[in-house]
Ligand binder design. Structure first.
Ligand SMILES: *Cc1c(COP(=O)(O)O)cnc(C)c1O
Length: 372
């Protein structure tokens, strides 16, 4: 019987290496409330990612909700339908109306050329997503934001460690939010971080994630509980030590797929970003392919065939956010407004890629796709 191959597997360093961290928590009895591991991880990540300030949070969804609060965003926000549903949910949790704009056919990120037409007098911000870790056209998005006085928040859940010679992609926009969920490139079981441009913004976010407390008796904002616990932060510190090995293996798997699928008619591998040339570094977090008409079977047929052979690929992102019942009612959610996203959503398949993936397993996936 062949083993199951999932789209991803969490990256877990050895348990033996984690025990000393746990021992330290048991010794000092600090479990949460921004303890020593929390502080260490914030500093280590700033250094690793090349960002000025960062606030750890319990997960990216709370991070997005808090980022919107921190910038006091209201009214309408322009966003992409081609993402994980948490992107738009974070708007609804702030009483904001999402306005969906179609994506670029090459990157599947929000198409800057279509943003202006969606701006109204109620628009206050753009929430874009670096889909699959491919950077958005950050310059063009900032140009539009500057012209219309809008804020920019990036859902950077996929973009850990992505950048180029000019620096991290996380330094663009007003705030960026990372996810450290178990399925992401860098994980703390559950977790995330908000990248802040300056000390003052970080302080505001640190208060918001701790109920709005500034001291024992003073509450200055209706904050939330968004604090990362010590156990999660400790795991992040351990994982960071091994991230280089994990990325090297991801890069090999990415390279093999590209080489061996390049001559399959009807299969297009999404290429890494062209919007950040000059020393672009990817994180190889996903391996999306687009199934064309000349492939010989539909995306869903291939998805099912793989599944029948114990290969569990994922249709990221299907359905579109705009097709879920709580979003369908918005004018901008109509499929006619989002033809590129709708087509991609019907044709995309994310193939298994994770550090522990064995060559034989990858060959099994490739053979099934090639029909061998
Ligand atoms: C994973 C993900 C999120 C949510 O992250 P959590 O840490 O699980 O809350 C948000 N947006 C995108 C694009 C994601 O992939």
């Amino acid at each position: 019987m062949e083993n199951n191959i999932y789209v991803t597997q969490p990256f877990l360093p050895s348990l033996d290496e984690f025990i000393p961290y746990l021992q330290q928590i048991w010794d000092n009895k600090i479990l949460t409330n921004c303890g020593p591991f929390h502080r260490q991880l914030e500093l280590a990540l700033c250094e690793h990612l090349g960002v000025p300030h960062l606030a750890l949070v319990t997960n990216a969804t709370i991070g997005l909700v808090t980022a919107l609060q921190a910038l006091r965003i209201t009214g309408e926000v322009i966003t992409t339908p081609y993402s994980f549903v948490a992107t738009a949910h974070s708007l609804i949790w702030n009483g904001i109306t999402p306005v969906f704009v179609d994506v670029d056919p090459e990157t599947l990120n929000i198409d800057p050329g279509k943003i202006e037409a969606a701006i109204t007098s109620r628009t206050t911000a753009i929430m874009a997503v670096h889909c699959y870790g491919n950077p958005c056209n950050v310059k063009e998005i900032q140009n539009i934001a500057d012209r219309y006085n809008l804020r920019v928040i990036y859902d950077a859940a996929h973009a850990f460690g992505v950048g180029n010679a000019d620096g991290s992609v996380l330094c663009h926009g007003d705030l960026s939010v990372l996810s450290f969920h178990a399925t992401k490139v860098f994980n703390t079981f559950e977790g995330g971080a908000i990248i802040c441009p300056d000390e003052k913004t970080k302080m505001r976010i640190d208060r918001l994630k701790n109920f709005g407390f500034t001291d024992e008796v003073t509450v200055v904002a209706p904050g939330i509980n968004g604090k990362m616990s010590e156990i999660n932060a400790a795991f992040g510190l351990l994982q960071l030590k091994h991230l280089g090995e994990a990325l090297a293996r991801r890069s090999e798997i990415d390279c093999t797929y590209r080489e061996q699928l390049s001559d399959v008619p009807g299969i297009r591998c999404l290429s890494p970003s062209y919007s950040m040339p000059d020393g672009y570094s990817s994180n190889y977090s996903y391996f999306p392919i687009i199934i064309g008409d000349d492939y010989g079977m539909s995306r869903d047929e291939l998805y099912q065939k793989l599944k029948d052979n114990n290969v569990f690929s994922r249709r990221y992102f299907y359905p579109l956010i705009s097709d879920f019942p709580m979003y369908r009612c918005f004018q901008s959610a109509q499929r006619a407004n989002l033809p590129v996203a709708a087509a991609a959503s019907d044709r995309v398949l994310c193939l298994p890629i994770y550090p522990a993936m064995q060559d034989v397993d990858q060959q099994r996936v490739i053979k099934l796709i090639k029909g061998l």
